[in-house]
Design a binder for this molecule. Structure first.
Ligand SMILES: Cc1cc2nc3c(=O)[nH]c(=O)nc-3n(C[C@H](O)[C@H](O)[C@H](O)COP(=O)(O)OP(=O)(O)OC[C@H]3O[C@@H](n4cnc5c(N)ncnc54)[C@H](O)[C@@H]3O)c2cc1C
Length: 449
């Protein structure tokens, strides 16, 4: 099912083709571009980040934050690499806030893993949410105006324009946006999260879904996030200084956060224990012809063993109710190509030359005589569903699909079964276990440029 609303797609395409018209620069989906961004940002990752990170200066003016999320989301650069590079220059005290934000990502990832049914139930609720909205003319109009950036709240419209034309919105604006969507426009959080997921370059099942639930007061019980006119003004630079709240539409903002009804089942919310994948040494058969399958969730080419053949899974649509923004598709596809190029240069293995569908992968694995195909553990989200569909197709050919887990995820995610505070307390011990300065020296990472 497609959403029949105009989401300024033409504007997106123009911006991509002709950067000179807009002054926007395209986010380049390569590891080397990510490393360069990291290198440029490092001097600002300490106290300066802490002091200014909440300020949203508007489109193409986000140098106070790292803008690394699209790279981290696909693991063109890893969390560990980012932490190592930053802590090579700043003390843990000075970089405390930045480090903590990176661990927020890990918290959301682990947290969604601990709620094994949440993602699939949320996905199943989307068509129903959309249909109910369609049946209510007034709310449907509100929805259409919201996703087209044509509400009577000017800052909200600006965030929509930025999202659709760049695939990025500042963290504080994401919070305001979600709050206005839920409490002022009174639209379902589920559809807002879906709108974000398919339009953000960094769109991530865990960070996005759970952050929306957090704003709605559904993640931390009874703790909602209400955007206020004064906070939006205070943290948006001088952008709105010349216009009064009335003209901006900020007078229309909800002044109370109505508790949201929980539509997911108790089973989907329950924290469950997880059988994390066994270490690769326990599952890699001796003399087995083993291949590796990378996915858009983890394009890190650092592999735990030497495979005989490597393939990459093609990009997965982000949403079941509407197409993924073209800008996002382009970024993801370019990231997949970049990983293939790096694998070809770095690995002794036979590397396939294009990202493949499930059917092509089965055919390729048979051709390569692969007996066991390993992939980096894919957490809850669209890619995981693709892999669940792929497993029986491979099994029918006698090929076993097996996940391997990155050390970082194995270390951190199991601690995400309670609130962030509990995980946050462990950050110093995580950093010390990772021995960032030794195993992954920042110099080595940045020399990869
Ligand atoms: C409603 C809502 C939806 C969101 N959806 C996503 C999403 O789909 N994908 C996504 O990666 N982030 C999401 N976030 C978190 C956050 O807004 C972005 O990670 C951040 O804005 C990315 O910008 P940056 O790289 O400049 O971040 P920086 O401030 O430079 O932070 C460095 C890195 O830490 C991580 N990070 C920072 N803040 C957070 C956070 N609050 N939660 C999780 N990780 C964080 C990101 O990987 C980021 O690249 C969402 C937040 C909200 C409120």
């Amino acid at each position: 099912m497609d959403v029949q609303v105009h989401e300024n797609c033409a504007a997106t395409a123009d911006c991509q083709d002709n950067d000179n018209d807009t002054g926007l620069s395209k986010t380049i989906a390569t590891r080397s571009a990510g490393l360069k961004k990291l290198e440029d940002f490092i001097p600002r990752a300490g106290r300066a980040y802490q002091a200014t990170r909440n300020l949203d200066y508007g489109m193409a003016k986000h140098s106070n934050v790292s803008n690394l999320s699209p790279y981290i989301r696909h693991r063109l650069i890893t969390e560990e690499e980012v932490l190592a590079a930053v802590l090579n220059v700043h003390s843990e005290t000075d970089a405390f806030k930045f480090v903590q934000e990176v661990f927020w990502r890990s918290y959301w990832k682990g947290s969604l893993e601990h709620r094994g049914m949440l993602w699939s139930e949320y996905q199943q609720s989307l068509p129903w949410n959309l249909d109910s909205l369609r049946k209510d003319q007034k709310r449907w109009t509100t929805y259409q105006q919201a996703v087209a950036g044509q509400t009577n709240i000017q800052p909200f419209n600006d965030w929509v324009t930025e999202l659709l034309t760049t695939g990025y919105v500042h963290n504080h604006a994401r919070m305001w946006f979600a709050s206005v969507w839920i409490f002022t426009l009174q639209l379902p959080w589920e559809l807002g999260a879906d709108f974000f997921l398919r339009n953000l370059l960094d769109g991530d099942a865990a960070s996005n879904t759970l952050a929306w639930r957090w704003v709605a007061g559904l993640h931390t019980k009874d703790k909602t996030y209400l955007a206020t006119a004064s906070n939006i003004r205070k943290c948006s630079g001088e952008r709105f200084a010349d216009t009064c709240d009335f003209t901006l539409g900020l007078k229309r903002l909800a002044t109370t956060a109505q508790p949201q009804q929980e539509n997911l089942s108790p089973g989907a919310l329950q924290t469950t224990s997880i059988d994390w994948p066994k270490p690769i040494t326990c599952v890699l058969g001796q003399n087995t012809v083993a291949g590796v399958l990378l996915t858009e969730d983890d394009l890190c080419t650092d592999l735990p063993f030497q495979p005989s053949a490597i393939a990459v899974l093609s990009a997965t649509p982000r949403s079941t109710i509407a197409p993924t923004n073209e800008l996002v598709q382009q970024f993801t596809n370019a990231a997949l190509i970049d990983s293939l190029q790096r694998l070809t240069e770095e690995s002794q293995a036979e590397v396939c030359q294009h990202a493949m569908t499930e059917e092509e992968i089965v055919h390729w694995a048979v051709e390569q005589k692969v007996e066991q195909l390993f992939h980096p553990y894919a957490p809850s989200g669209p890619t995981q569903i693709r892999l669940l569909n792929l497993a029986p197709k491979l099994a029918a050919k006698g090929i076993k699909l097996t996940a391997f887990m990155r050390d970082y995820d194995r270390l951190v995610w199991p601690h995400a079964n309670k609130g962030f505070f509990q995980l946050g307390k462990q950050i110093p011990s995580f950093l010390s276990v990772m021995e960032l300065g030794q195993n992954l020296s920042a110099d080595r990472i940045l020399n990869g440029l």
